[in-house]
Design a binder for this molecule. Structure first.
Ligand SMILES: Nc1ncnc2c1ncn2[C@@H]1O[C@H](COP(=O)(O)OP(=O)(O)O)[C@@H](O)[C@H]1O
Ligand SMILES: [Mg+2]
Length: 328
């Protein structure tokens, strides 16, 4: 349905507005936003600010009052809504698995609608279960009630991915899980998206989740007004106003350190030092800092060489004294 040319599939929202009948004000008011092809954009904002309404207009579960939506250059409002939804993956917090269908049947739903042969569907189900770390032989024939909340959410994500849609809409998909499961799902999903490079809109009210997963973040106020739209590191480095700053909280520097990798940091000495605490090349600078603090030292060693506390501070443009003292 959407041509995946060299540009991929880009989503454009133009003056998008939803005024629910009988409501005093629009739920979404005049939103204009471009989501670049192959990027994961997070909408973050407080409950009731219009995130879900914005999302549901994109797959036309809610009809816009006015404005335009384009996906891959095509005018979404001119398409058949059912046809559209078969090409846009949708994962929601409540998961929405069919209780009387097995995991395999739930995941195979859209491919079946699209008329894939049974053998191809079965193959795809196996592949997706493995992708979301659910052992196919253990899980394919279970019913949703025989799964934990976190496992159900993984099945929900697998189902959204089933027909390999170029676009995914994910509305607080990990919201119903406990913190440990959620972190695990976030890590898996981040790894998955590195391979898939789909165009994804991901809604959350959790700013930590937004900086962890987003290529870009749109911080929304009431009526989906955009307070700031930028990369996580740009938002952390320069919040547009007090509203944005209130999402970031007191520890912007630590959050920026969590986004940077040890491999990105210039080394003070270009060989590993076995006497120092050791940190992996793909660890974050936050982990490197924690290691230094735990060992009471201002340096540690990675496979490519020795890292110093001073270099770490320089990487986030912070004077060397304030990182550990002021913000920890
Ligand atoms: N079907 C509806 N009819 C009327 N008002 C609605 C409907 N759905 C949502 N709203 C209202 O629109 C606003 C935005 O809701 P929603 O998009 O669900 O926000 P969020 O997902 O950010 O929590 C809220 O004030 C909500 O009460
Ligand atoms: Mg919502």
């Amino acid at each position: 349905m959407f041509d995946r040319d060299t540009e991929g599939v880009r989503i454009e929202l133009r003056s998008l507005t939803k005024h629910y009948p009988g409501q005093p004000a629009p739920a979404v008011d005049n939103v204009t936003l471009d989501i670049p092809a192959g990027e994961l954009v997070v909408f973050v904002g407080p409950s009731g600010c219009g995130k879900t309404t914005t999302m549901k207009m994109i797959n036309r579960l809610v009809e816009p009052t006015s404005g335009e939506i384009r996906i891959g250059g095509r005018d979404v409002l001119g398409l058949d809504p059912d046809e559209l939804r078969r090409h846009v993956g949708y994962a929601i917090q409540q998961v929405g698995l069919f209780p009387h269908q097995t995991v395999a049947q739930n995941i195979g739903l859209v491919p079946k609608l699209l008329g894939w042969p049974a053998a191809k569907i079965a193959e795809r189900v196996e592949e997706l279960l493995a992708l979301v770390s659910l052992e196919p032989s253990l899980f394919r024939d279970r019913y949703p009630r025989q799964l934990s909340g976190g496992q159900q959410q993984r099945v929900g994500v697998a189902r959204a991915l089933a027909a390999d849609p170029p676009v995914m809409l994910m509305d607080e998909p990990f919201g119903a899980t406990d913190p440990i499961t959620r972190e695990h799902l976030q890590n898996e999903f981040a790894r998955l998206q590195k391979q898939l490079r789909k165009t994804i809109i991901f809604v959350t009210h959790d700013f930590e989740e937004a900086i962890k997963l987003g290529d870009r973040i749109a911080i929304l106020r009431e009526r989906s007004h955009i307070a700031q739209y930028d990369t996580p590191s740009a938002i952390l480095a320069a919040p547009a106003d007090d509203y944005v700053a209130s999402f970031i909280g007191q520890d912007a520097t630590l959050k920026r350190l969590a986004l940077l990798q040890v491999a990105d940091l210039p080394v003070a000495y270009p060989a590993p030092d076995p006497r120092l605490p050791q940190v992996a090349a793909d660890a974050s600078l936050r982990e490197a800092l924690d290691l230094m603090l735990a060992h009471g030292t201002d340096r540690c060693s990675s496979p490519s060489g020795v890292l110093t506390y001073a270099a770490l501070c320089a990487a986030v443009g912070s004077p060397a004294e304030t990182v550990s003292a002021g913000e920890r």
